[in-house]
Design a protein around this ligand. Structure first.
Ligand code: CA
Length: 250
């Protein structure tokens, strides 16, 4: 399935990521999180679509499932590596856990990296960012800005009104995730997936605890709270809009 939605939103500087994955729910999860991180996402369900999209859209990175219906991911990887224009194209292979693991280690040498399903989303996103920083640094947003808050991914540094905000690693990732989707309500389970990973043994109250710590670190004196609690829904980062049901700063 070729989705044209990405063409509607102009993201001239955003890196393009091609997701080649035949499992629709996983493809959707990847699209959601990659788009939230600011990337333009194309999706192919099989090798033929993938090769077409590589030629047409010239992606900066390919997330390539190994087990695909007709042409395998390994074969696609080999073909891309065999062509001059895609020899250097960064490829991350997605592989199934189990007996394929060791074979893939040997076979997938053409890929830049690989992750084993079920994978941790934060881990995958970190690898995507690491590879893009090397391959297409001009296409990766290194600094996120919202009002007086700045998050510098390269320096791993957060400032508010010029002063440094000291955050633990979880609060940093939480803020980064929130700043990637300003104005969008993120449920506790979306935050768990995106910040802690699906396999993490944490419950949704953990999200509240870390949001509380993040607020405490961000707010000095009369500064406004950049994180809003949306009753029954989750959290939203950014400017307060009228007409929206919000709780206090609890
Ligand atoms: Ca598959």
């Amino acid at each position: 399935m070729i989705d044209a939605r990405a063409d509607v939103v102009p993201r001239t500087l955003a890196a393009k990521v091609l997701v080649v994955e035949d499992e629709a729910p996983l493809a959707e999860l990847l699209r959601y999180n990659l788009e939230a991180a600011g990337f333009t996402v194309f999706h192919a369900e099989n090798g033929e679509e993938a090769e077409l999209l590589v030629a047409e859209e010239k992606p900066d990175l390919v997330l390539l499932d190994w087990m695909l219906p007709t042409v395998s991911g390994i074969e696609i990887c080999r073909r891309l590596r065999g062509r001059n224009d895609t020899r250097q194209l960064p490829i991350i292979m997605l592989t199934a856990r189990g007996e394929e693991g060791d074979r893939v280690r040997g076979l997938a040498t053409g890929a830049d990296d690989y992750v084993v399903k079920p994978f941790s989303l934060p881990e995958l996103m970190a690898r995507v960012m690491a590879i893009l920083r090397r391959a297409a640094p001009e296409r990766v947003a290194e600094v996120l800005v919202s009002g007086d808050i700045t998050l510098d991914r390269a320096a791993h540094r957060v400032t508010r009104s010029g002063r440094e905000v000291r955050l633990g690693p979880t609060e940093y990732r939480l803020l980064e995730y929130l700043m990637q989707s300003p104005g969008r309500v993120l449920s506790r389970s979306q935050l768990l997936d995106g910040v802690w990973g699906r396999d993490a043994y944490v419950d949704e109250r953990t999200v509240d605890v870390h949001v509380g710590r993040l607020r405490k670190a961000l707010i000095r004196g009369k500064e406004n709270d950049p994180i809003r609690t949306v009753r029954g829904a989750g959290y939203v980062f950014g400017e307060r809009k009228s007409g929206m049901m919000v709780e206090g700063d609890a």
